[in-house]
Design a protein around this ligand. Sequence first.
Ligand code: PLP
Length: 436
Amino acid sequence: MMKKNEGRLKHELDTEKIRKDFPILARKINGKPLIYLDSAATSQKPQCVLDAIMDYYSRHNANVHRGVHTLSGEATTMVEEARDKVANFIGAKREEVVFVHNASEAANLILYSWGEKNLHRGDEVVVSLLEHHSNFVGWQQLAAKKKMKFKVIDISPEGLLQIEGSSEHNERGVVLGSLATLLNPHVKVVAVTHVSNVLGTIVPLQEVIAMVRRKAPEAIVVVDAAQSVPHMPVSVKDIGADFLFFSGHKMLGPTGIGVLWGRERFFASMPPFLYGGDMISEVYLDHSVWNRLPWKFEAGTPNMAGMVGMGAAVDYLSTVGMQAIRDHEKRLVSYALPKLEFLEHEGLIKFYGPRSAEKRGGVLTFSVVGVHAHDAAQVLDSQGIAVRSGHHCAMPLTQRLGTSATLRASLYLYTTKEEIDLLIEGIRQVNNVFRP
Ligand SMILES: Cc1ncc(COP(=O)(O)O)c(C=O)c1O
């Protein structure tokens, strides 16, 4: 008789074992087993991350970088070890890893520190239509304030970033077009996501950055990696951007902790973002001297338990293996795509984004025809299925898709094929409820 799990391919994740590490996955919602398909909003946390946070508070808690007593030394060692873990995880130097509170704060740090100092009237800023608001709105606002041209890289009908092509046009006074048409020597910033949180589109960053370096040699490249670092191997060395950021809570870590990676030469010449304790080395009546990197950008008491928890999350992800996680999500997407396309063929749903698992991450976005996304999400919730509904903090993209709200089922290392099957059944149920 075949033993349980024997049918698994050699490199497949043992999701049954992984799921046991996540206490919340044992919960029932509305009397049904929880099917958590909202990891792109925030991931669930394994017991080892919860334990690391509890251990920090119950045994080592003290303020860092200040005290000479034993606990302060232990806490400092723990948070700096967490920095080393994160640096190794993304192939960075530890001086280039700044802890912030989330991806949004990281984007603001670049804007307020680098942007305020280095951008001027007449410069041009290019962002992509795939951006989450956190890598879009701030650039839009700074461009308006400094009277800079704000330009947007368009997407193809399939939802891929338009790199080549000559289809430049105006919409609400903003130029939209392919990356190739938007770049010129006046462009000083290119802000682009690695993986879209709405369409799952994977942006070929190396190709994008090579073009930016050729056509806009003075531009910095800012990468939003909030949906890539948790799901696939990411090396800042291989990517070659200037800044890259992500949040801990989307990669099994706690909330309130995120990372901004930046090239040392930029960080060194940038003014502090926030003033306060820890970010200074000397203060006089008339002037102050900033701390060394990375602490120059970490004002005040940091989220120490958050750093420790993020370090534990990185350990967990590294043990499972980032390529194994990417392969698992690719398999799930390949499994889900034909099922969703069949529902589309039947006229039940409209599916958005690339139709190939190679070109997308584990984010599946669709609308149930004739049913508002929030209503559909409520019916799914009644079956224990948690999906996100709305504009997913990417309104320009959602508008471009010709809608105001969609449903998003997002996958992670603990998602199973059985859960995809139940999602498909759940969508049929939504259709039965609203269009009997
Ligand atoms: C692509 C992307 N960027 C940025 C963010 C913002 O992350 P946070 O809310 O942790 O700042 C999100 C969150 O959904 C995201 O999906």
